[in-house]
Design a protein around this ligand. Structure first.
Ligand SMILES: *Cc1c(COP(=O)(O)O)cnc(C)c1O
Length: 374
Protein backbone atom coordinates (compact mmCIF):
# COMPACT_ATOMS: atom_id res chain seq x y z
CA UNK A 1 0.00 0.00 0.00
CA UNK A 2 2.70 2.42 1.06
CA UNK A 3 4.77 1.38 -1.96
CA UNK A 4 1.87 2.04 -4.24
CA UNK A 5 1.35 5.46 -2.74
CA UNK A 6 5.06 6.12 -3.05
CA UNK A 7 4.94 5.28 -6.74
CA UNK A 8 1.94 7.38 -7.49
CA UNK A 9 2.44 10.59 -5.60
CA UNK A 10 5.00 13.23 -6.35
CA UNK A 11 6.27 14.15 -9.79
CA UNK A 12 9.71 12.71 -10.43
CA UNK A 13 11.28 16.17 -10.42
CA UNK A 14 9.70 16.92 -7.07
CA UNK A 15 11.11 13.71 -5.59
CA UNK A 16 14.57 14.75 -6.70
CA UNK A 17 14.54 17.99 -4.71
CA UNK A 18 17.03 18.05 -1.82
CA UNK A 19 15.16 19.95 0.91
CA UNK A 20 16.54 23.28 2.12
CA UNK A 21 18.78 22.96 5.19
CA UNK A 22 18.77 26.03 7.41
CA UNK A 23 20.95 27.13 10.29
CA UNK A 24 20.55 24.79 13.27
CA UNK A 25 18.18 26.09 15.95
CA UNK A 26 19.78 26.99 19.30
CA UNK A 27 17.48 24.62 21.24
CA UNK A 28 18.45 21.67 19.04
CA UNK A 29 22.19 22.28 19.40
CA UNK A 30 21.80 22.73 23.17
CA UNK A 31 20.04 19.34 23.42
CA UNK A 32 22.45 17.50 21.17
CA UNK A 33 25.66 18.76 22.75
CA UNK A 34 24.40 19.14 26.32
CA UNK A 35 24.93 22.91 26.35
CA UNK A 36 23.22 25.80 28.09
CA UNK A 37 20.98 27.57 25.55
CA UNK A 38 21.81 30.96 26.99
CA UNK A 39 25.52 30.49 26.24
CA UNK A 40 25.12 29.44 22.64
CA UNK A 41 26.14 31.93 19.97
CA UNK A 42 24.24 31.61 16.70
CA UNK A 43 25.92 33.19 13.69
CA UNK A 44 24.31 30.91 11.15
CA UNK A 45 21.33 32.47 9.40
CA UNK A 46 22.30 36.06 8.64
CA UNK A 47 19.80 37.24 11.25
CA UNK A 48 19.98 40.69 12.78
CA UNK A 49 22.15 40.63 15.92
CA UNK A 50 20.26 43.67 17.26
CA UNK A 51 17.04 41.68 17.27
CA UNK A 52 13.85 43.23 15.99
CA UNK A 53 13.42 47.01 16.20
CA UNK A 54 11.38 48.19 19.21
CA UNK A 55 9.26 50.29 16.87
CA UNK A 56 8.25 47.14 15.00
CA UNK A 57 7.63 45.21 18.19
CA UNK A 58 5.24 47.92 19.38
CA UNK A 59 3.37 48.00 16.08
CA UNK A 60 3.16 44.23 16.09
CA UNK A 61 1.77 44.13 19.64
CA UNK A 62 -0.92 46.61 18.66
CA UNK A 63 -1.81 44.57 15.59
CA UNK A 64 -1.97 41.45 17.77
CA UNK A 65 -5.19 42.79 19.31
CA UNK A 66 -7.09 41.97 16.17
CA UNK A 67 -5.92 38.57 14.99
CA UNK A 68 -9.43 37.19 14.62
CA UNK A 69 -9.58 39.13 11.36
CA UNK A 70 -7.89 38.07 8.17
CA UNK A 71 -4.96 40.25 7.15
CA UNK A 72 -5.38 42.87 4.43
CA UNK A 73 -4.99 40.70 1.37
CA UNK A 74 -3.88 43.65 -0.71
CA UNK A 75 -1.47 45.03 1.92
CA UNK A 76 -2.84 48.51 1.32
CA UNK A 77 -0.95 50.46 3.97
CA UNK A 78 2.42 48.80 3.56
CA UNK A 79 2.30 48.93 -0.22
CA UNK A 80 1.48 52.63 -0.03
CA UNK A 81 4.55 53.25 2.12
CA UNK A 82 6.71 51.25 -0.30
CA UNK A 83 5.21 52.96 -3.35
CA UNK A 84 6.13 56.33 -1.84
CA UNK A 85 9.60 55.18 -0.79
CA UNK A 86 10.45 54.00 -4.31
CA UNK A 87 8.26 56.46 -6.25
CA UNK A 88 6.48 53.65 -8.09
CA UNK A 89 2.80 52.94 -8.64
CA UNK A 90 1.07 50.89 -5.94
CA UNK A 91 0.32 48.30 -8.65
CA UNK A 92 4.01 47.51 -9.07
CA UNK A 93 4.42 45.99 -5.62
CA UNK A 94 3.91 42.39 -4.55
CA UNK A 95 4.17 41.46 -0.88
CA UNK A 96 5.61 38.07 -0.06
CA UNK A 97 5.82 35.68 2.86
CA UNK A 98 9.50 36.47 3.05
CA UNK A 99 11.22 37.45 -0.16
CA UNK A 100 11.62 33.72 -0.79
CA UNK A 101 7.93 33.84 -1.58
CA UNK A 102 8.63 36.42 -4.30
CA UNK A 103 11.42 34.28 -5.78
CA UNK A 104 9.19 31.24 -5.85
CA UNK A 105 6.11 33.05 -7.16
CA UNK A 106 8.19 34.45 -10.00
CA UNK A 107 9.47 31.00 -10.94
CA UNK A 108 5.92 29.60 -10.82
CA UNK A 109 4.52 32.47 -12.84
CA UNK A 110 6.98 32.29 -15.71
CA UNK A 111 8.51 28.80 -15.94
CA UNK A 112 7.35 25.22 -16.16
CA UNK A 113 8.56 21.77 -17.16
CA UNK A 114 11.03 21.95 -20.04
CA UNK A 115 11.96 25.58 -19.48
CA UNK A 116 15.35 26.72 -18.29
CA UNK A 117 16.28 28.96 -15.37
CA UNK A 118 19.78 30.46 -15.22
CA UNK A 119 21.74 31.30 -12.08
CA UNK A 120 25.32 31.29 -10.84
CA UNK A 121 27.20 28.55 -9.09
CA UNK A 122 27.45 29.30 -5.32
CA UNK A 123 24.28 31.42 -5.59
CA UNK A 124 21.45 31.40 -3.05
CA UNK A 125 20.07 27.87 -2.39
CA UNK A 126 16.47 28.85 -3.03
CA UNK A 127 17.12 29.37 -6.78
CA UNK A 128 17.69 25.67 -7.54
CA UNK A 129 14.78 24.78 -5.24
CA UNK A 130 12.36 27.14 -6.96
CA UNK A 131 13.59 25.87 -10.33
CA UNK A 132 13.11 22.20 -9.48
CA UNK A 133 9.73 22.80 -7.89
CA UNK A 134 8.31 23.90 -11.25
CA UNK A 135 10.09 21.14 -13.17
CA UNK A 136 12.36 23.58 -15.00
CA UNK A 137 15.96 22.82 -15.82
CA UNK A 138 18.62 24.60 -13.75
CA UNK A 139 21.41 26.11 -15.80
CA UNK A 140 24.15 26.71 -13.25
CA UNK A 141 26.84 29.00 -14.65
CA UNK A 142 30.42 28.78 -13.36
CA UNK A 143 31.37 31.60 -11.01
CA UNK A 144 34.24 34.02 -11.52
CA UNK A 145 37.62 33.24 -9.90
CA UNK A 146 36.60 35.35 -6.89
CA UNK A 147 33.31 33.39 -6.48
CA UNK A 148 31.09 36.13 -7.96
CA UNK A 149 28.43 35.95 -10.68
CA UNK A 150 29.97 35.80 -14.18
CA UNK A 151 27.35 37.95 -15.90
CA UNK A 152 28.78 37.64 -19.44
CA UNK A 153 28.78 33.85 -19.06
CA UNK A 154 25.24 33.95 -17.65
CA UNK A 155 24.19 35.97 -20.68
CA UNK A 156 25.68 33.33 -22.98
CA UNK A 157 23.83 30.62 -21.06
CA UNK A 158 20.45 32.13 -22.01
CA UNK A 159 18.74 30.04 -24.69
CA UNK A 160 15.36 30.08 -26.39
CA UNK A 161 14.15 27.89 -23.50
CA UNK A 162 15.26 30.31 -20.79
CA UNK A 163 12.40 31.98 -18.91
CA UNK A 164 14.13 33.36 -15.86
CA UNK A 165 17.53 34.49 -14.54
CA UNK A 166 18.30 34.93 -10.85
CA UNK A 167 20.91 37.55 -9.92
CA UNK A 168 21.75 38.05 -6.24
CA UNK A 169 23.43 41.31 -5.29
CA UNK A 170 25.12 40.89 -2.89
CA UNK A 171 25.04 37.12 -3.20
CA UNK A 172 24.60 34.73 -0.32
CA UNK A 173 26.73 32.78 0.77
CA UNK A 174 29.69 34.42 -0.99
CA UNK A 175 28.93 38.08 -0.22
CA UNK A 176 30.07 38.98 -3.72
CA UNK A 177 28.92 42.29 -5.16
CA UNK A 178 28.15 43.40 -8.73
CA UNK A 179 28.40 47.04 -9.72
CA UNK A 180 25.34 48.82 -11.02
CA UNK A 181 27.11 49.27 -14.38
CA UNK A 182 27.70 45.53 -14.71
CA UNK A 183 24.08 44.67 -13.92
CA UNK A 184 22.73 47.36 -16.20
CA UNK A 185 24.84 46.17 -19.12
CA UNK A 186 23.60 42.66 -18.44
CA UNK A 187 19.92 43.60 -18.30
CA UNK A 188 20.22 45.60 -21.51
CA UNK A 189 21.36 42.48 -23.33
CA UNK A 190 18.92 39.95 -21.85
CA UNK A 191 16.24 39.10 -24.42
CA UNK A 192 12.87 40.67 -23.52
CA UNK A 193 11.15 37.28 -23.14
CA UNK A 194 13.40 36.41 -20.17
CA UNK A 195 12.53 37.65 -16.69
CA UNK A 196 15.42 38.87 -14.53
CA UNK A 197 15.14 38.76 -10.74
CA UNK A 198 17.50 41.13 -8.95
CA UNK A 199 17.57 39.69 -5.43
CA UNK A 200 18.52 42.48 -3.04
CA UNK A 201 18.03 40.77 0.33
CA UNK A 202 21.21 42.45 1.63
CA UNK A 203 20.92 45.81 -0.11
CA UNK A 204 20.79 47.78 3.14
CA UNK A 205 24.31 46.60 4.03
CA UNK A 206 25.93 48.14 0.95
CA UNK A 207 28.19 51.12 1.53
CA UNK A 208 27.02 54.49 0.20
CA UNK A 209 29.58 54.11 -2.61
CA UNK A 210 28.10 50.77 -3.62
CA UNK A 211 24.45 51.83 -3.45
CA UNK A 212 22.42 52.08 -6.66
CA UNK A 213 18.73 52.15 -7.52
CA UNK A 214 17.55 48.95 -9.17
CA UNK A 215 14.03 50.36 -9.48
CA UNK A 216 15.34 52.53 -12.33
CA UNK A 217 15.74 49.29 -14.28
CA UNK A 218 12.22 48.24 -13.36
CA UNK A 219 11.02 51.49 -14.94
CA UNK A 220 12.95 50.80 -18.14
CA UNK A 221 12.45 47.05 -18.47
CA UNK A 222 9.13 45.21 -18.05
CA UNK A 223 11.02 41.92 -17.59
CA UNK A 224 12.88 43.01 -14.44
CA UNK A 225 11.73 42.34 -10.89
CA UNK A 226 13.59 43.51 -7.80
CA UNK A 227 13.10 41.59 -4.56
CA UNK A 228 13.78 42.91 -1.08
CA UNK A 229 13.51 41.42 2.39
CA UNK A 230 12.64 42.51 5.92
CA UNK A 231 14.50 39.50 7.35
CA UNK A 232 18.01 40.85 7.40
CA UNK A 233 18.67 44.55 8.03
CA UNK A 234 15.14 45.15 9.36
CA UNK A 235 15.36 42.27 11.84
CA UNK A 236 12.01 40.62 11.07
CA UNK A 237 13.10 37.16 9.88
CA UNK A 238 10.60 35.34 12.08
CA UNK A 239 7.63 37.29 10.73
CA UNK A 240 8.30 36.30 7.11
CA UNK A 241 7.90 39.35 4.95
CA UNK A 242 9.49 40.67 1.79
CA UNK A 243 8.39 42.32 -1.45
CA UNK A 244 8.93 42.50 -5.16
CA UNK A 245 8.82 45.53 -7.46
CA UNK A 246 8.03 45.06 -11.14
CA UNK A 247 5.83 46.68 -13.74
CA UNK A 248 2.10 45.87 -13.89
CA UNK A 249 2.19 42.85 -16.18
CA UNK A 250 4.60 40.82 -14.14
CA UNK A 251 3.15 41.97 -10.81
CA UNK A 252 -0.32 41.05 -12.02
CA UNK A 253 0.85 37.48 -12.72
CA UNK A 254 2.34 37.10 -9.24
CA UNK A 255 -0.82 38.46 -7.73
CA UNK A 256 -2.88 35.79 -9.46
CA UNK A 257 -0.93 32.86 -8.11
CA UNK A 258 -0.02 34.03 -4.62
CA UNK A 259 -2.07 32.86 -1.67
CA UNK A 260 -4.73 35.51 -0.97
CA UNK A 261 -3.42 36.04 2.58
CA UNK A 262 0.25 35.29 2.09
CA UNK A 263 1.44 38.04 4.44
CA UNK A 264 0.00 38.08 7.96
CA UNK A 265 -1.21 41.17 9.84
CA UNK A 266 1.62 41.20 12.39
CA UNK A 267 4.21 41.19 9.64
CA UNK A 268 2.50 43.99 7.73
CA UNK A 269 2.28 46.19 10.82
CA UNK A 270 5.87 45.50 11.88
CA UNK A 271 7.21 46.16 8.39
CA UNK A 272 5.55 49.57 8.19
CA UNK A 273 7.09 50.56 11.52
CA UNK A 274 10.52 49.18 10.58
CA UNK A 275 10.53 51.10 7.30
CA UNK A 276 10.10 54.31 9.27
CA UNK A 277 12.84 53.45 11.75
CA UNK A 278 15.90 54.91 10.06
CA UNK A 279 17.77 55.03 13.40
CA UNK A 280 17.56 51.26 13.71
CA UNK A 281 18.73 50.73 10.16
CA UNK A 282 21.68 53.04 10.70
CA UNK A 283 22.68 51.26 13.89
CA UNK A 284 22.39 47.93 12.15
CA UNK A 285 24.65 49.13 9.34
CA UNK A 286 27.26 50.38 11.79
CA UNK A 287 27.25 47.20 13.88
CA UNK A 288 27.69 45.26 10.67
CA UNK A 289 30.61 47.36 9.44
CA UNK A 290 32.36 47.06 12.82
CA UNK A 291 31.70 43.32 13.03
CA UNK A 292 33.03 42.80 9.51
CA UNK A 293 36.26 44.59 10.45
CA UNK A 294 36.52 42.56 13.66
CA UNK A 295 36.08 39.21 11.91
CA UNK A 296 38.27 39.92 8.90
CA UNK A 297 41.09 41.31 11.06
CA UNK A 298 41.01 38.08 13.06
CA UNK A 299 41.06 36.03 9.84
CA UNK A 300 44.05 38.06 8.62
CA UNK A 301 45.84 37.42 11.91
CA UNK A 302 45.15 33.69 11.64
CA UNK A 303 46.25 33.69 8.02
CA UNK A 304 42.85 32.46 6.84
CA UNK A 305 41.47 33.21 3.39
CA UNK A 306 38.06 34.88 3.25
CA UNK A 307 35.95 36.34 0.48
CA UNK A 308 35.41 40.09 0.74
CA UNK A 309 31.71 40.41 1.60
CA UNK A 310 29.16 43.12 0.98
CA UNK A 311 26.55 41.41 3.15
CA UNK A 312 26.12 40.70 6.88
CA UNK A 313 28.19 37.50 6.75
CA UNK A 314 31.65 36.34 5.69
CA UNK A 315 32.78 33.16 3.98
CA UNK A 316 36.06 31.90 5.42
CA UNK A 317 38.23 28.96 4.35
CA UNK A 318 38.99 26.80 7.37
CA UNK A 319 41.09 24.08 5.74
CA UNK A 320 41.97 22.49 2.45
CA UNK A 321 40.34 19.09 2.77
CA UNK A 322 36.88 18.24 1.42
CA UNK A 323 35.72 17.70 5.01
CA UNK A 324 37.43 20.73 6.56
CA UNK A 325 34.24 22.77 6.81
CA UNK A 326 32.25 19.93 8.33
CA UNK A 327 34.98 19.08 10.85
CA UNK A 328 35.55 22.62 12.08
CA UNK A 329 31.80 23.15 12.15
CA UNK A 330 31.39 20.18 14.48
CA UNK A 331 34.08 21.50 16.82
CA UNK A 332 32.43 24.91 16.82
CA UNK A 333 29.08 23.32 17.69
CA UNK A 334 30.68 21.53 20.64
CA UNK A 335 31.96 24.95 21.75
CA UNK A 336 28.43 26.34 21.49
CA UNK A 337 28.97 28.35 18.30
CA UNK A 338 26.57 27.77 15.42
CA UNK A 339 27.79 28.86 11.99
CA UNK A 340 26.85 27.59 8.54
CA UNK A 341 28.68 24.87 6.64
CA UNK A 342 28.35 25.46 2.90
CA UNK A 343 29.19 22.09 1.34
CA UNK A 344 25.75 22.18 -0.28
CA UNK A 345 26.94 25.30 -2.15
CA UNK A 346 29.97 23.44 -3.50
CA UNK A 347 32.21 25.05 -0.86
CA UNK A 348 33.08 22.19 1.53
CA UNK A 349 36.30 23.81 2.82
CA UNK A 350 34.53 27.00 3.86
CA UNK A 351 32.18 28.19 6.60
CA UNK A 352 29.79 31.12 6.43
CA UNK A 353 29.80 33.31 9.52
CA UNK A 354 26.94 35.74 10.07
CA UNK A 355 28.20 38.98 11.58
CA UNK A 356 27.06 39.29 15.19
CA UNK A 357 27.50 41.65 18.11
CA UNK A 358 31.13 42.33 19.11
CA UNK A 359 31.00 39.86 22.00
CA UNK A 360 29.40 37.15 19.85
CA UNK A 361 32.04 37.61 17.16
CA UNK A 362 34.69 37.33 19.86
CA UNK A 363 33.31 34.04 21.19
CA UNK A 364 33.46 32.68 17.66
CA UNK A 365 36.98 34.01 17.00
CA UNK A 366 38.33 32.54 20.25
CA UNK A 367 36.76 29.16 19.54
CA UNK A 368 38.11 29.13 15.99
CA UNK A 369 41.62 30.06 17.14
CA UNK A 370 41.59 27.22 19.63
CA UNK A 371 40.21 24.70 17.11
CA UNK A 372 42.71 25.62 14.40
CA UNK A 373 45.64 26.06 16.85
CA UNK A 374 46.22 29.60 15.64
C1 LIG B 1 17.91 35.52 3.21
C2 LIG B 1 17.82 35.66 1.71
C3 LIG B 1 16.61 35.89 1.06
C4 LIG B 1 15.28 35.96 1.66
O1 LIG B 1 14.92 35.73 2.81
P1 LIG B 1 13.44 35.95 3.30
O2 LIG B 1 13.59 35.69 4.75
O3 LIG B 1 12.59 34.93 2.61
O4 LIG B 1 13.03 37.33 2.96
C5 LIG B 1 16.60 36.09 -0.29
N1 LIG B 1 17.71 36.05 -1.00
C6 LIG B 1 18.89 35.84 -0.43
C7 LIG B 1 20.10 35.85 -1.29
C8 LIG B 1 18.98 35.60 0.93
O5 LIG B 1 20.15 35.33 1.48
Amino acid sequence: MADKLEQNIGLSYVREIAPYVGGRPISEVAREFGLDEARIVKLASNENPLGMPDSAKKAMMAAAQDLARYPDSNGFELKNVLATKFSVPFEWITLGNGSNDILELTARAVAHEGDEIVFSKHAFAVYPLATQAVGAKAIEVSATADFGHDLPAMLKAISSKTRLVFVANPNNPTGSFLTAEAIEQFIEQVPPHVVVVIDEAYNEFLTPEQQYNAVDWVRRFPNVIVSRSFSKAYGLAGLRIGYGIAQNNLTDLLNRIRQPFNVNSLAQAAAIAALGDSAFLKQCYEVNQAGYAQLTQAFDQMGLTYIPSSGNFVLVKVGDQPDSGAKVNLELLKAGVIVRPVGNYGLPEWLRISIGLPEENQVFISALKRILNK
